[in-house]
Design a protein around this ligand. Structure first.
Ligand code: F6P
Length: 319
């Protein structure tokens, strides 16, 4: 194996640059060259590529976003799009591809693998909703970004004896919301995986007020409903006048935490060394802190469950 390519795809996440750097530097260490593909699968089809030498990935380990840029591609879902991507890889004599992204990106990667290009995936998403791995690159940073905002909101909530709803990212999964709820000491967490019972929530808030709590925090995953909708429902059902904060895309940016930087560096190196061992069609996973591989399909075939202990903790610790 002489030349590999790397791309980032789907929503960006802090630590993607550290993963790109690790791929390039590990390839160099083993005497290989790396081609960086711009704008994910879009750039792959268009041949928007450049050689990444050691200097090209210097000074990026601490930067959020992705120097390779990213995209979500409808065109790549077609047979013609995938064939165009393979032609670009053949023309550049690329032996294998590393795809950094979420489950949608891995579905695309698998199509290329089936057509003959060796592929390894690296899980990068702030949602942490990829089965097969305990953690994904960017999740820890996003949790800490959201937590520091919620801690500020707690200050003003307590000064004014207010109820706050904080909407965090998570279209289909509540991992981020749950971790933020536990770490911020929130009274309630609302996640897509669990049916919301608005009357129960109002009772819970009512009893905590009766027990002397003067302010409360609700952490809401965006996929359930908007924070404004929840505010209206709390008003209608319990007469509560909640304040709303939507954290939005700030959660996807910023420098990666130490955890994400180390995770990304390990995953990037492991991906390259797995390709050298002849592995393909797999995703790099972190299981109990150990790097391992699982089939790419595992990313979406079985659901990843929220930790029931953490769910119970939110309730227990807000007595
Ligand atoms: O990166 C994952 C995620 O942040 C989801 O939680 C969110 O719903 C989605 O991306 C939104 O991303 P975009 O608007 O870029 O499609």
């Amino acid at each position: 194996m002489k030349r590999i390519a790397v791309l980032t795809s789907g929503g960006d996440s802090p630590g993607m640059n550290a993963a790109v750097r690790a791929v390039v530097r590990t390839a160099l260490y083993h005497g290989m060259e790396t081609i960086g593909v711009m704008r994910g699968f879009e750039g792959l089809m268009d041949g928007d590529c450049m050689t990444l030498d050691r200097a090209a990935v210097g000074g990026i380990i601490h930067r959020g976003g992705t120097i390779l840029r990213t995209a979500r591609s409808e065109r790549f879902k077609t047979e013609a799009g995938q064939r165009a991507a393979l032609v670009q890889m053949e023309n550049r004599k690329v032996d294998a591809l590393v795809v950094i992204g979420g489950d949608g990106s891995f579905r695309g990667a698998l199509e290329l693998e089936k057509k003959g290009l060796p592929v390894i995936g690296i899980p990068g998403t702030i949602d942490n909703d990829i089965a097969g791995t305990d953690v994904t690159i960017g999740y820890d940073t996003a949790v800490n970004t959201a937590l520091s905002a919620v801690q500020k909101l707690r200050d003003t909530a307590s000064s004014h004896d207010r109820l706050f709803i904080v909407e965090v990212m998570g279209r289909d999964a509540g991992f981020l919301a749950l971790e933020v709820a536990v770490s911020s000491g929130a009274e309630y967490v609302v996640v897509p995986e669990i049916q919301l019972d608005i009357a129960k929530m109002c009772d819970h808030l009512h009893y905590s007020r009766k027990r002397g709590k003067t302010h409360s925090l609700i952490i809401l995953a965006e996929g359930v409903m908007s924070a404004h909708e929840l505010k209206n429902r709390l008003q209608d059902t319990g007469g509560y006048d909640a304040r709303v904060t939507v954290l939005g895309y700030i959660q996807r940016g910023g420098s990666p935490s130490s955890f994400d930087t180390v995770l990304a560096s390990r995953m990037g190196a492991f991906a390259v060394e797995s390709l050298l061992e002849g592995k393909s069609g797999s995703m790099v996973c972190s299981i109990c802190g150990q790097m391992t591989l699982c089939p790419l399909e595992d990313a979406w075939k079985s659901p990843k469950h929220l930790n029931p202990e953490l769910l119970a903790l939110v309730e227990k610790l807000s007595v």
